[in-house]
Structures are given as C-alpha cells and as structure tokens.
Design a protein around this ligand. Structure first.
Ligand code: NAD
Ligand code: UDP
Ligand code: UDP
Length: 322
C-alpha cells in the first residue's frame, strides 16, 4: 500500500474490460478495496484472473441496466462496449447500458454519497468540424446513424451526470476518453491498433479503411489510467468534462507502416471501404487536463506499441483465441 492513501471502497463497472482491468489493478496497488462489476459482454474473467487471490478484490457478474445496491465511496462507471463492432451488434442494448446504466449508478451515488466518474468519449464530438477538439465544442453527431447508439447514449449519460450534479448535488467527474490502446484490448473487436498488430503478426493483409488518411491520436493505457485517477481525486470544483488522450496525431496509414516496421512483417496494405460516419480527424486539446490535473501523457507510440505487440505475440504463442 502506498503511503498517505486512505483506503476506499471503489466500484468499477465494466471492470473486466480493457481499461477497467488496468484500473482495478492500479487501485488495488494503491491499497483500495475494489468491487469489479461486469456482465462479460466484451470483458473477460481472464483480464482480472490475476487479481482474484487479493482479499481486497471482489468480482461480481451484474448488468448495470438493472439496479445495484452496494455500499461504496467511489464509482468509476466504465460499463459499455467501446468498439464499433461490439456496440453496433445490439444497438438498443448499447443505449440502455449507457442511459439506464448511468441512471442506476447515479442513483447508487445519490443514496450512498459516493463520488462518481463517467467514462465518456471523444465520440461525443462526432465527426468534428473543430480541430483539435476542446471541451467547449458541442460536436457534430448524426443522431440516427449506426454510431448513434454509442454517441448519443454517451451524450445522454453526460446530461444525466450534470443534471444529478445540479439537481441532487452529486460529486461528479466526466472524462472524455480518446482512442486508447495497450495490452488486454479485445483481439476480435476490430479496433485499429489490435487489428493491425494481429494482422502483421499473422502475416495477413493490413486492412486500411479508405486510403488511411484519416487521423487519430493514440494514448497508451497506463497514461489514461493515471488521468482517470487524477480526475477522480481532483477538487470538488472540477467536474469536467475533461479530455483525456494523447495529442500526438497520426494518420491510420502511418500507424500501419509503424506496426509493419516494428513487427518486421511482410503483410501488404489492402484498402477496404470507410465505414459510415467514420470521423476523418480526431485529436484532443488537453490544456484543461494539463491545467486542472497536471496531467499529460508520457508514453510515446513506439514504446506503447512495443508492449502491445509483445502482449499479442504472447497471446498467439499461448494458442489463446486472438
Ligand atoms: P471494453 O469493451 O473492453 O470494456 C467495457 C466493459 O463493460 C466490458 O468488460 C463489458 O463486458 C462491460 N459491459 C458492457 N455492458 C455492460 C453492462 N450492461 N453491464 C455490465 N458490464 C457491461 O472497452 P474499454 O475500451 O475498456 O472501454 C471502457 C469504457 O471507456 C467504455 O465506457 C468506453 O466507452 C470508454 N472509452 C474507451 C475508449 C478506448 O479507446 N478504449 C475510448 C473512449 C471511451
Ligand atoms: N438505484 C440503484 N442503487 C441504489 C439506489 C438507486 O441501482 O443504491 C437505482 C434505482 O433503481 C433507480 C435509479 O437508481 O431507478 C435512480 O435512482 P434515483 O434515486 O435517482 O431515482 P428514483 O429511485 O427516485 O427513481
Ligand atoms: N480502421 C482501419 N482498419 C481497421 C480498423 C480500423 O483503417 O482494421 C480505421 C477506422 O476506420 C478509423 C480508425 O482506424 O478511421 C480508428 O478506428 P477504431 O475502430 O480503432 O476507433 P474509432 O473509429 O472509434 O476512433
């Protein structure tokens, strides 16, 4: 346990997912009790299997669209499928998870007095007309397109957080997370970093959507988790929304070329059609996070990719289902 930390009871919804499992790990390391709640839609018990022996860790199968009565001091609300393949698989359930899930977790925070953090997303900016994206920007979202179940669900969750704050004085924190990558990304969820690494390692063609000129900025998971915890621990005047992401921007083609180089792969690049409503550019303005939380990401893409490539190589080596 770290010095000067008062142990808290912390609920993490979506705790068996990619980001959630890293957050569970980090908060346990800090000496807290962690209750991890997940319905395993996209998360895996395997992601938290190494934590099960810790007496301060508890794992509960539960769907956040149903009420949950537990006693906690803090809530990180991460439950929601995050990749387009998964959130478009059952779009009605995606909206329910964001909206009903937020209502239930806010109700829980209201009853217990817990502080509550929402994992929102850069998708609230839609296909942005402002670049880079600042928190003041209201976004450019298609409300009836294939991404709307996720984008509008997350936007409504933000609305609920701010209404519970104004109406019931809840202590809220809203993080707008930009593309994040690292070990324990789901191998089959179609996100660009995991797709390119797996394709390169297997010697399969690298699937470039469009000509690959669209841009993203990729944040390594350790940096992101640091930002989430700083936000939760910030003063009561800090509610967010706060962008958390890496401001270094790459085109998708540049990412593909870097992955090919680092894996020594001979995979060719092949062009696939761009998905509907695929944003053309995305980069966070993180001056708010830097000013209010003293946070800036420190892991460079090459370093983060190395750790992620090693993770997926090991997974392939184990014969697990990448
Ligand atoms: P993930 O899919 O790995 O994790 C989501 C977790 O939520 C999974 O474990 C899943 O089983 C669980 N879940 C889904 N529906 C649930 C429900 N109804 N009840 C209980 N559990 C449920 O995705 P992730 O990348 O770890 O994302 C975590 C959060 O961060 C999500 O809310 C996502 O929207 C947000 N986010 C992530 C990114 C990113 O780049 N990874 C970017 C922006 C926002
Ligand atoms: N809720 C929950 N756990 C709690 C308290 C509330 O899951 O510990 C759920 C409850 O089912 C309710 C929702 O949170 O539907 C919103 O609660 P709130 O108190 O805001 O609304 P109300 O109960 O008055 O409708
Ligand atoms: N992408 C791609 N090839 C893939 C998967 C994704 O070119 O195999 C593109 C995708 O069209 C998008 C970018 O990479 O422009 C990031 O996609 P991802 O699904 O990872 O995240 P998001 O679209 O949510 O930012």
């Amino acid at each position: 346990m770290k010095k000067n930390i008062v142990p808290k009871r912390i609920l993490i919804t979506g705790g068996a997912g990619f980001l959630g499992s890293h957050l569970c790990e980090r908060l346990l390391e800090q000496g807290h009790e962690v209750l991890c709640v997940d319905n395993y839609f996209t998360g895996r018990r395997r992601n938290v299997a190494h934590l099960l022996d810790d007496p301060r860790f508890e794992l509960m199968r539960h769907d956040v669209t149903f009420p949950l009565y537990v006693e906690v001091d803090e809530i990180y609300n991460l439950a929601c499928p995050a990749s387009p393949i998964h959130y478009q698989h059952d779009p009605v359930q995606t909206t329910k998870t964001s909206v009903h899930g937020a209502i239930n977790m806010l109700g829980l925070a209201k009853r217990t007095g817990a502080k509550i953090l929402q994992a929102s997303t850069s998708e609230v900016y839609g296909d942005p007309e402002i670049h880079p994206q600042r928190e003041e920007y209201w976004g450019n979202v298609n409300p009836i397109g294939p991404r709307a179940c996720y984008d509008e669900g997350k936007r409504c969750a933000e609305t609920l957080f701010f209404d519970y704050h104004r109406q019931h004085r809840l202590r809220i924190k809203v993080a707008r997370i930009f593309n994040t990558y690292g070990p324990r990304m789901q191998p089959d969820d179609g996100r660009v970093v995991s797709n390119f690494i797996l394709q390169a390692l297997r010697g399969e063609p690298i699937t470039l959507h469009g000509d690959g000129s669209q841009s993203r900025s990729f944040c390594y998971v350790d940096d992101l988790i640091d930002g989430l915890i700083r936000l939760m621990e910030s003063g009561s005047d800090v509610t967010g929304p706060i962008n958390l992401g890496n401001p270094v921007e790459f085109t998708v083609r540049e990412l593909a070329e870097q992955v090919i180089e680092m894996t020594g792969s001979s995979s060719p690049l092949v062009n696939h059609p761009r998905p509907d409503d695929d944003p053309s550019q995305r980069r966070p303005d993180i001056s708010r996070a830097s000013d209010l939380l003293g946070w800036t990401p420190s892991v460079q893409l090459a370093h983060g990719l190395r750790r992620t490539i090693d993770y997926f190589s090991a997974l392939i080596g184990e014969g697990a289902s990448p």
